[in-house]
Write a protein that binds this ligand. Structure first.
Ligand SMILES: C[S@@+](CC[C@H](N)C(=O)[O-])C[C@H]1O[C@@H](n2cnc3c(N)ncnc32)[C@H](O)[C@@H]1O
Length: 274
């Protein structure tokens, strides 16, 4: 039973990684990662939350940044490493999670990070931004970052069987948006501690229209209210063609992904640490 659970988790993680690989290839080839990366010009050291298939990291490395990238899904990290390697970009990969199943639910135990690689050019680390004290401690032990990014966060549905999401009352399948908002809130907390003064936090999200900009602005402002962060700008890019291509990938895949067909814009929200 234990083995079966583990294999299910691995299979779903692999399917998610492969689906995201196809989607991020589209985002890359249509120039949208380049659009996101342009906002980071001059901010050299970047911390990325959610590595996915490594295409965001690739866009950043190509524009001269160094990157520490965190992902909860080790299959995504392996794929990211492979994709970067194909482009002759060397990376350090740290896998540190052990899943422990009990009665169909699971917990991930994460090892300590004992190496000082904060300043390597490309570091990929397995970890969960929702709850991972060793990771938080390791991040705090290095230099502060020039930029922190969280682009298009999302996750696979098997996480609904995790004790971590249960503890926080999160249900990805039913309420993917609530998960996204929760993780973004965690990213705000991280940025408050890990960004250098003058450094920027960039969150990129799919949104319905650019008409909601006041609501989005206020929503992010309220999250930053108790922090050293100040919301500075929101930029939009119409992305209907690209988003509809992403939906075709979802529809063709094995994963039961909730379609969010009216999301035709990307929003890049920039906050600055005072
Ligand atoms: C939709 S992909 C986007 C990847 C990348 N940012 C990009 O734009 O290509 C989101 C990634 O975030 C990761 N992720 C989701 N929740 C996470 C968490 N709590 N901690 C770390 N990574 C997480 C997922 O495993 C997935 O690889």
């Amino acid at each position: 039973m234990r083995k079966k659970n583990y294999e299910q988790l691995k299979k779903i993680r692999m399917e998610y990684a492969s689906m995201w690989n196809s989607k991020s290839e589209i985002i890359y080839n249509t120039g949208f990662y380049e659009w996101m990366a342009d906002f980071l010009d001059g901010y050299e050291r970047v911390l990325e939350i959610g590595s996915g298939a490594g295409y965001a990291a690739k866009a950043l490395i190509e524009t001269g940044h160094s990157i520490v990238s965190i992902d909860e899904n080790p299959e995504c990290l392996r794929l990211a490493r492979k994709n970067l390697h194909k482009d002759s970009i060397a990376s350090v990969l740290i896998e540190r999670g052990k899943s422990i199943f009990d009665k169909g639910r699971y917990n991930i135990e994460y090892d300590e990070i004992a190496v000082n690689i904060h300043n390597d050019k490309v570091v990929l680390i397995e970890g969960d931004i929702v709850e991972d004290p060793h990771l938080a401690q390791w991040l705090r032990s290095g230099e502060q970052f020039d930029a922190i990014i969280c682009w298009l966060i999302g996750t696979h549905f098997f996480r609904d069987s995790s004790e971590t999401l249960k503890r926080h009352g999160l249900k990805v399948r039913e309420k993917p948006l609530a998960y996204r908002r929760f993780v973004q809130g965690k990213v705000y907390e991280l940025a408050d501690a890990l960004l250098r003064p003058g450094g920027i936090l960039q969150i990129v999200d799919k949104v319905n229209s650019d008409k909601d900009s006041d609501i989005i602005f206020e929503n992010h402002q309220s999250r930053a209210a108790d922090s050293f962060l100040k919301i500075e700008e929101i930029h939009y890019k119409y992305a209907a063609d690209m988003v509809s291509k992403l939906h075709s990938v979802e529809a063709a895949g094995n994963l039961d992904v909730k379609q969010e067909s009216d999301q035709a814009f990307l929003a890049s929200i920039i906050s600055k640490r005072k």
